[in-house]
Design a protein around this ligand. Structure first.
Ligand SMILES: Cc1cc2nc3c(=O)[nH]c(=O)nc-3n(C[C@H](O)[C@H](O)[C@H](O)COP(=O)(O)O)c2cc1C
Length: 388
């Protein structure tokens, strides 16, 4: 049997194989942030396709942390029953589900949250968080985690990557504070560190707490670099977290590093007002061809992080497409799991088909039209043939 189909634990949670559906925003929640039947159907199908673990789409812990109007939330007790329906549906299909909790930080709009976004440092488009607001968000992560457990989630993943609020505090590019929360590596880590400490107080023993961490922000000036990511990983290991998923890039400054492959110029441009489209298309045109997909493109960074992790599981996401490469990566101990996102949007039954020997590679072409769907606020699915 392939090592990819051997079970592996995250804390005391046994995952039946080495495949993870990485967090994937779907634009399917209600305007109030509740789980819909479409979300349940989608994740239920992916669970039936035999993936070992589903990481939910990014769930906002605070109303000001929503990336857009239609965004799953966990900031209210009323949200628990529908979240529980989602968990039950995944469990019915014998898979596991961990909730990804996050806060948009500056990566949202006034239109979505009714005020200027909040971030560690001010800009013309966002406000600087004060001490009370920082403490409120730390508490919101702990309360959101308690609600996740009440809904039956198998664990928590903190979204500390892709330029959202936790990433912003960690990054010297976004965080220019000189108080307790910035100015040094230790201070910039404090926001994430305190969230971890607060969550650990309420998390039942053996329930995994994972972190999605950037190994490189690829911001115009230096943000998180691979060296800094190793340092942060070491601090997280010291706090006894239960796993790190390694990613890179930020939605606002470097999105094509998160999702390498083609740049869907026309489809992204459609999300802008007509008058702006020629400028957007010219800018995107200059980037085309520069973000070619490499198999497992965060694996090198994952290898760098491995030595500071001890026995704590570590996994890479980004660009896994060929079963033979996945097998090599796990066999060589570079990654404990294979985390994929876009391939499951196209092929919910991918893992079942790999197990049955029907396919040796994902058929996802990394055209990134699913990524463009997020920007256009339409349901996320595979638009490879036609973008509507
Ligand atoms: C449509 C879409 C939505 C995504 N939503 C999220 C999200 O909610 N949270 C997150 O951490 N990453 C999100 N990602 C990034 C993926 O989890 C993953 O890191 C990235 O797609 C690279 O992996 P892949 O090559 O297997 O697709 C999203 C990616 C896509 C294409």
């Amino acid at each position: 049997m392939s090592i990819l189909f051997s079970p592996f634990n995250l804390a005391k949670l046994e995952i039946k194989n080495r495949f993870i559906f990485s967090a994937c925003e779907d634009n399917l929640s209600t305007e109030q942030g509740f789980v819909t039947d479409e979300i349940i159907r989608k994740d239920s199908r992916i669970a039936a396709g035999e993936v070992g673990l589903i990481i939910s789409s990014h769930i906002a812990v605070h109303p000001l942390g929503c990336t857009k109007k239609r965004k799953l939330g966990i900031y209210n007790d009323d949200m628990i029953p529908r979240l529980k329906n989602l968990v039950d549906a995944v469990h019915d299909k014998r898979s596991k589900i961990i909730f990804q909790l996050g806060h948009a930080g500056i990566q949202t709009t006034e239109d979505a949250i009714g005020q200027l976004p909040l971030g560690p440092s001010p800009s013309p488009k966002n406000l600087e968080m004060n001490e009370d607001q920082i403490q409120e968000v730390i508490l919101a992560f702990a309360r959101g985690s308690a609600r996740a457990i009440e809904a039956g989630a198998d664990g928590i993943q903190l979204h500390a990557a892709h330029g959202y609020l936790i990433n912003e505090f960690l990054s010297p590019y976004f965080n220019r504070r000189s108080d307790l929360w910035g100015g040094s590596e230790e201070n910039r880590f404090q926001f994430l560190g305190n969230i971890v400490i607060e969550i650990k107080k309420i998390l039942p023993e053996g329930v995994p707490l994972l972190i999605k961490l950037n190994s490189n922000d690829y911001t115009p000036e230096e943000g998180i670099t691979p060296g800094l990511a190793v340092s942060y990983a070491e601090r997280l290991a010291g706090l006894k977290i239960d796993g790190i998923e390694v990613s890179c890039g930020t939605t606002s400054r470097s999105p094509w590093n998160i999702c390498r492959g083609d740049i869907p110029i026309k489809e992204i441009s459609k999300s802008f007002p007509e008058a702006q489209r020629p400028v957007v298309e010219a800018a995107l045109g200059k980037m085309a061809g520069k973000f070619e997909l490499q198999e497992g493109y965060n694996l090198e960074a994952t290898k760098m992080i491995r030595p500071v992790m001890g026995n704590i599981p570590l996994f890479a996401v980004g660009g896994f497409r060929h079963v033979s490469d996945m097998e090599e990566a796990v066999k060589n101990g570079y990654t404990d799991f294979i985390s994929m996102c876009r391939p499951f949007i196209r092929e919910p039954y991918l893992i079942k088909h790999i197990r049955e020997g029907k396919v040796k590679a994902a058929s996802c072409t990394s055209c990134n039209k699913c990524f463009a769907a997020v920007a256009n606020d339409i349901p996320v699915k595979c638009y490879n043939k036609e973008f509507v």
